[in-house]
Design a protein around this ligand. Structure first.
Ligand SMILES: O=C[C@H](O)COP(=O)(O)O
Length: 214
């Protein structure tokens, strides 16, 4: 299982989370990545933790003021990027452009979607992975794998029907090792989470719990 920790714009210490994630990944052997604010990518990557961007825009180099350039986040140390997160929704053509921009920059891609039908659509764009997240469960304390297990299994089927090489992650409300094990049993090969770590009093303990059943 891959554990991708999105720090969103939470007021946490990105270096504290990054060093904890690096250490827990090394101790457990579980792949863990941290996705900080774009401005924090270089110092998070300097900790040695696998680092992802939260977003890249579909543009190339050029006159695109305010854009997040895929090459720039790669140069800063990111090795992957989220695209179309529920809190950063994009039109399908722009998702396609961002996937292409990320691939051009050598970034691994994870395209988010609300439901299994959207998972099928974005899987057709050729990302490395997709993540299903019901928006109403994001930031809550009930895991998607418990509240709506069918959405995870349907997302796995939906992606496989389009492209068997696309990995499927799930997210929303995941905070414990039991949640991670349940997600794995439903066919997910990774989880995308945020508040369970970024808002934890002890991020290291939260990460240790997440990997405890793997
Ligand atoms: O990117 C992470 C997801 O939106 C899930 O957030 P959450 O773990 O706070 O529910």
């Amino acid at each position: 299982m891959f554990i991708l920790v999105n720090l969103k714009a939470y007021p946490c210490d990105p270096i504290e989370v990054a060093t904890a994630a690096r250490d827990v990944a090394e101790e457990s052997g579980v792949r863990i990545a941290v996705s900080p604010q774009a401005a924090d990518i270089s110092r998070v990557a300097a900790t040695g933790v696998e680092t992802w961007a939260q977003h890249v825009d579909p543009n190339d180099y050029g006159s695109h003021t305010g854009s997040t350039l895929a090459e720039a986040v790669a140069e800063a140390g990111a090795v992957g990027t989220l695209i179309n997160h529920s809190e950063k929704r994009m039109k399908l053509a722009d998702i396609d452009g961002s996937v292409q921009a990320a691939e051009r920059a050598g970034l691994e891609t994870c395209v988010c979607a609300n439901n299994p039908a959207q998972i099928g659509a974005v899987s057709a764009l050729g990302p490395d992975s997709v993540a299903v997240e019901p928006p109403e469960l994001i930031g809550g304390d009930v895991s998607v794998a418990t509240a709506d297990p069918g959405i995870v299994t349907d997302a796995v089927d939906s992606a496989a029907n389009v492209d068997e090489d696309v990995d499927v992650y799930c997210g929303a409300g995941i905070s414990t090792g039991d949640d991670v094990v349940t997600a794995e049993e439903l066919g997910a090969s990774g989880i995308l989470l945020a508040s369970g770590v970024a808002k934890a009093d002890d991020p290291r303990a939260a990460l240790e719990d997440l990997v405890s059943g793997l």
